[in-house]
Design a protein around this ligand. Structure first.
Ligand SMILES: [Zn+2]
Ligand SMILES: [Zn+2]
Length: 394
């Protein structure tokens, strides 16, 4: 089969590899129709998270079931399905409580498994023509329609981008009238903004520095904030000062910040004064400055255990400096971590089917599998409006 292989740092090739094969009676084999490139793939591409060099990458597939193991009950040949990035078993102590991203059996000795990901169980990636899906009954999400229909690019985002964006707003219970700031306008940040609007947030600010991404945030109903055009904290406080509600009407001093914040960038944040270099510290500082007392913060951008090649000493050791005291004294609630995809994917699927959500608005490029090397290079540079790329193996 043809597949996208990360040969070494910054070297992607599309080449023939042995076909993905059934290994267990609980597996199915998926013929991939769409498979997305994720910002997380860039961490591997840049060599910042290592361990899958020489292997197939990708963790966001949509396809049709081609082969079914004898012990699979609920999935049939010909079913259209997507599977979550995080491979779960459905029966371990974590899975039964809904923590599917921390499954205890699919990556023995650790919590959590994934396709095409270092240190997540060694499962082959999904940017390929075929994918082996283990524990198919627990992982396959059945979908209506036909390959290539109007839902194709919505459904592929259920594997990760939409569920992760939604996870960011759900874990801090964003609700009607909340004011929200989202750092990062990649696909997850944009879909977090979209999800915040779906849940009734009154105002959503999206902070980034890439023109096409900020424009897309505006199209989704958010207020774009370019962090290179002035301190984002001041820009947002300025905007909030024009908008008064709640306590201000009873003569108290308006709070001036936001009720909720979501970090959708993670450890490779760009400096707000010099985009050419990284500064992983400023985003959480800005959040601590902006969040109102009793505010809620979600950290869903990727933070690796350690970042040996990073510029920041504390992060090299996996101990980022955070303004803990400011957060504590403001009674701020923090939620963080990976997306328990299965908690949300069937609900978001039903919103797509019923016309209540159209996440594919954020898709910028639909390309053949062969175009992956060029797509990675451009996506990594944030060039030419590359925001979300869907590869089409067929
Ligand atoms: Zn992803
Ligand atoms: Zn499990």
């Amino acid at each position: 089969m043809k597949a996208v292989v990360l040969e070494e740092t910054r070297k992607i090739s599309v080449r023939e590899v042995p076909d993905a094969e059934m290994q267990d009676t609980t597996d199915v084999l998926l013929r991939i129709t769409s498979t997305a490139i994720c910002g997380t793939d860039l961490h591997f591409y840049e060599g910042r998270m290592r361990g899958i060099e020489g292997g197939v990458i990708g963790h966001e597939p949509l396809g049709v079931v081609e082969e079914v193991g004898s012990a699979v009950i609920n999935v049939k040949k010909g079913d259209r399905v997507t599977v979550p990035t995080h491979i779960c078993c459905g029966f371990c102590a974590m899975c039964v409580e809904g923590h599917s991203s921390a499954c205890l059996t699919t990556n023995p000795g650790a919590a959590g498994a994934a396709y095409g990901y270092p240190n997540k169980g060694g499962y082959q990636g999904a940017q390929a023509e075929l994918l082996r899906v283990p524990l198919a009954d627990a992982n396959c999400l059945k979908l209506p329609g036909e390959p290539g229909d109007n839902w194709e690019d919505d459904f592929v985002l259920l594997a990760d981008a939409f569920t992760t964006g939604y996870h960011g707003v759900a874990v801090i219970e964003i609700a009607p009238s909340d004011t929200v700031v989202i750092f990062g306008a990649g696909s997850v940040g944009l879909l977090a903004a979209y999800s915040a609007r779906l849940r009734g947030a009154a105002r959503v600010y999206v902070v980034d520095a890439i023109a096409e991404r900020l424009e897309k945030a505006g199209e989704l109903g958010a207020i774009p904030i370019n962090f290179l055009q002035g301190d984002p904290v001041e820009q947002i406080r300025e905007q909030q000062s024009k908008w008064r509600s709640g306590p201000a009407f009873r003569q108290e001093k308006a709070l001036g910040g936001v009720t909720c914040a979501i970090d959708c960038i993670g450890f490779q944040a760009r400096s707000k004064t010099d985009y050419s270099r990284e500064d992983p510290l400023w985003v959480i500082d800005a959040i601590a400055d902006l969040i109102n007392p009793a505010g809620r913060v979600a950290i869903i951008g990727v933070w690796p255990l350690k970042d040996p090649s990073g510029i920041e000493r504390s992060l090299k050791q996996g101990k980022l400096e955070v303004p803990w005291s400011k957060l504590f004294n403001n009674n701020v609630r923090i939620a963080m971590g990976r997306d328990d995809d299965k908690r949300w994917n069937s609900k978001l699927r039903d919103m797509i089917i019923n016309g209540a959500a159209k996440p594919s608005q954020i898709v910028s490029h639909r390309l053949a599998l062969d175009e992956a090397p060029d797509a990675f290079e451009k996506f990594d540079r944030r060039a030419d409006g590359y925001i979300k790329i869907i590869l089409k193996p067929a």
